[in-house]
Design a protein around this ligand. Structure first.
Ligand code: DQA
Length: 146
């Protein structure tokens, strides 16, 4: 089973970016944690980060046909990334939206996600553990390939 893990704009700066909100782990450390759990689950993870919506869409269009699911933290694209939303809708793969912070406990404009209507589910506010929970949920989906 292959799962895509996508990190959107500014998440390359994790560890130094507003650590009181996003924590002190770097993106490399978070990806390593995801990889460790994926290995236990027998899942292959393909991780990608970009600050550009178009590059994320290009990655998803190229990789999703060979994948069984998507874990994505769209960063601020969550709130206005309609091209990303349409890409996820067109790919029709189970997609879990993850946010390190609780987007409902912050500024009002963060409360709206244009991604969640096309996602299987959303995990918000659990820090890096959210990615692990999303991975476990996708790995447990019925009908998944062995
Ligand atoms: C975020 C929340 C977004 O509102 C913000 O723009 C981010 C990170 C999170 O992981 O909590 O870049 O997606």
């Amino acid at each position: 089973m292959r799962i895509l893990v996508v990190h959107g704009p500014n998440l390359n700066l994790l560890g130094q970016r507003e650590p009181g909100i996003y924590g002190t782990k770097t993106l490399g450390e978070i990806n390593a944690q995801i990889e460790r759990r994926a290995a236990e689950l027998g899942v292959t993870v393909v991780a990608f980060q970009s600050n550009s919506e178009g590059d994320i869409i290009d990655f998803l269009q190229a990789q999703a046909p060979q994948a069984e699911g998507i874990v994505i933290n769209p960063g601020a694209l969550t709130h206005y990334g309609l091209s990303l939303r349409d890409a996820i809708a067109s790919l029709a793969k189970p997609t879990i939206e993850v946010h390190l912070s609780n987007i409902y406990a912050r500024e009002d404009w963060r409360r709206n996600s244009v991604i969640s209507p096309v996602a299987l589910g959303q995990i918000s506010g659990l820090g890096g553990r959210g990615y692990i929970a999303a991975l476990e949920a996708l790995a447990a989906l019925p009908g998944k390939p062995e």
